[in-house]
Design a binder for this molecule. Structure first.
Ligand code: HEC
Ligand code: HEC
Length: 384
């Protein structure tokens, strides 16, 4: 019997349970110290359990990452990356530009494809090859369950085992109870099973108001036809967030992380119009995060909201000021790409103008964002 024909496709719940075990198993990393969960901790909305801009990993466990860890929740419906996203609403659907895919630059097509990247990244789990990762799996605590699920001969062909490994991680990350429970206070409110406080309702109104936060234009908050809102349209935009000097690679003044146009993503390197654009993340569980934006430059929601309100009105609050007193605006995006910067509200202001919203209004929006943490309505039955 060949290894391939011995490959059994396990039941969905078996695969999910296996994926859960693998997700938490640090012996699958070269250092023996890093599991997926080391960087993606459920208590922190499946993002990093610390306030470091980037995590360390690799064989010695000391190689620095390049980007902040994104939250893993609510990625289940992410479409594959496309340059011409259309909402499926009939003939008149409009081309909304680049959207979809996983990672801050959308370079991974699916959860299954994505899982290969951290397993093999020299900055993360550090396996030098698929075969090396499979060998670690073969001698891990998961091996027996893996054989039970995929067949006794699954390790005879390392490609078969590798595919099983990715399929299990994919299945776990599709587990509704873990990754998209829709159990926040806001979900309870949408179901008519709970009320928001006056402050949270004010925050929601400001979040939606095109003349105030305008947040919902990119982070949709209303119930959609397909179900509850994900708080991301999965589009890509250049917001011009400040350079984060706490990321070691940024000590090289010629290094720029330009998102869609590279350098981590390589297929759109000839598209200067994409430089600086990063994926709009979900805001569900965002109040559980400790660093924000693709480079983790901000460490509080207050700072994030201040940036949205005052990026262009008071740049010196965010960007370095040189010896002559000149603010180095958009210091993480070379000037040749400044046309790409988003100037939709609240980014539609000029220096000296009034910001789109006040600090008090920002505080109301933050109160609303806190209603997006899962785990609120665990005592009430989760209905959709
Ligand atoms: C050393 C920290 C680290 C480890 C370990 C790690 N990740 Fe990540 N993960 C990241 C970072 C950083 C990103 C963003 C990378 C980028 O955009 O280039 C990311 C992105 C992701 C994404 C994309 C999320 C999205 O919405 O775009 C998924 C899914 C993911 N990781 C799953 C996993 C799985 C599964 C494992 C284990 C096999 C894992 N990660 C291990 C740091 C880590
Ligand atoms: C024009 C589209 C757009 C608008 C409007 C917008 N956002 Fe965003 N948001 C993004 C994009 C794109 C990113 C990621 C940018 C990056 O990392 O470079 C982001 C990131 C964030 C993050 C960081 C989340 C994380 O996981 O790191 C928060 C918080 C956030 N937005 C909140 C808001 C709030 C609150 C508003 C309204 C005041 C708002 N956004 C308006 C597109 C938008």
């Amino acid at each position: 019997m060949s290894a391939i024909s011995a490959m059994v496709m396990p039941r969905a719940d078996t695969l999910m349970a296996l994926g859960r075990q693998i997700f938490f198993d640090s012996t699958l990393s070269a250092s023996g110290r890093l599991s997926c969960a080391s960087c993606h901790d459920q208590q922190y909305g499946w993002a990093a359990p610390n306030a470091l801009a980037v995590q360390t990993g690799g064989i010695g466990g000391t190689a620095s990452g390049l980007r902040a860890v994104p939250s893993l929740g609510y990625a289940q419906d992410t479409p594959p990356f496309t340059e011409h996203y259309r909402e499926d609403d009939g003939d008149d659907s409009e081309d909304q530009g680049a959207a979809g895919g996983l990672m801050w630059d959308g370079r991974a097509e699916s959860l299954k494809e994505q899982a290969a990247l951290p397993l093999l990244s020299p900055l993360e789990m550090g396996n030098i090859s698929r075969a090396a990762a499979v060998e670690r799996l073969r001698v891990s605590a998961v091996a027996e369950a893996f054989r039970t699920a995929f067949g006794a001969h699954v390790f005879d062909d390392s490609l078969v085992a590798w595919n099983g490994l990715l399929a299990a991680l994919d299945a776990f990350q599709q587990s509704p109870a873990d990754f998209y429970p829709y159990s926040s206070k806001y979900d309870a409110f949408l179901r008519g099973e709970g009320a928001l406080t006056a402050r949270e309702r004010r925050g929601l109104a400001l979040f939606n108001d095109p003349a105030k936060g305008n947040c919902a234009s990119c982070h949709p908050s209303a119930r959609q036809r397909e179900g509850f809102p994900q708080f991301t349209d999965r589009g890509f935009l250049a917001l011009g967030v400040p350079r984060n000097r706490r990321i070691p690679v940024n000590a090289d003044s010629t290094y720029y992380d330009l998102g869609l146009c590279g350098p981590l993503r390589t297929d759109l390197a000839d598209r200067p119009d994409y430089c600086g654009a990063f994926k709009t993340p979900t805001l569900r569980n965002v109040a559980r995060r400790q660093v924000f934006f693709h480079n983790g430059v901000f460490t509080s929601l207050e700072q994030v909201l201040r940036f949205y309100a005052r990026r262009d009105t008071e740049g010196r609050l965010f960007y370095p000021v040189d010896k002559r007193g000149v603010v180095q605006m958009y210091d993480d995006l070379p000037r040749i790409y400044w046309d790409n910067l988003n100037v939709d509200p609240p980014f539609d202001r000029k220096p000296g103008q009034r910001p789109a919203f006040s600090d008090a209004e920002a505080a109301d929006m933050i109160a609303f964002l806190r209603t997006l943490n899962d785990g609120y309505s665990e005592t009430t039955p989760a209905r959709r």
